[in-house]
Design a binder for this molecule. Sequence first.
Ligand code: PGA
Length: 252
Amino acid sequence: MTDRRPLVAGNWKMNGLSAAAAELNALAKALADRPAPACDVMIAPPFTLLAPFVAAASGTPIAIGGQDCSHLEPGAHTGDIAAVMLRDIGATSVIIGHSERRQDHHETDDLVRLKAEAAHEAGLVAIVCIGETEPERDRDQTLNVVTTQLAGSVPDAATADNTIIAYEPVWAIGTGRTPTAADVATVHGTIREVLVERFGEDIGNGLRILYGGSVKPANAGELMAVANVDGALVGGASLKAADFDGIIDAYR
Ligand code: PGA
């Protein structure tokens, strides 16, 4: 049995103006004042807030991550951000292949894998997102979809130190709906089997698998207790320090 330190990660998406640093400070205060959770904590703000958030998080247990990076080296690519730029500004991880990027920007498994490789090259942890859409779920394709996405999106050089998997059913994101604990156990168990088969026992059992999609303080305890759930990727409920801290409570 491998010890996997859970991660509770907040994905702020396209939210947050400069005043939002107050929420980060409130989270840092909650983490300092309350019992230390047995998990890592990360916030991924939009690019525009990375620098102030890195500064505000300095000296706190909060790590700062990006929400996406280019698969390319720095150069003539207007509007893109290279992985090395994220690392340079103080990010330690980056979310890759979120379903909103797969949908809004037509990101394929191949592109997601190249981005994860670019993240590794820059010394960032790649948080690789996978998950089925509602029609795929209705057609009973969930396990096929996540298995295919894992095969295509996760680099061969993945290790427990440089990669984290996030299972996010697309239909559960921002909807208030979640799979049952039993369904989460089935999907995470399958992901674990696939990882062990591909990477061997040590890496396969060492890789963390987050659950994401409508995680709230009220359901975090149940979801985080499911076998092979090694933390959460949280959208809406990460924007308010009190809600996010309430999710972190699952590990206090
Ligand atoms: P949600 O988003 O928590 O708002 O459902 C999760 C995510 O997209 O990472």
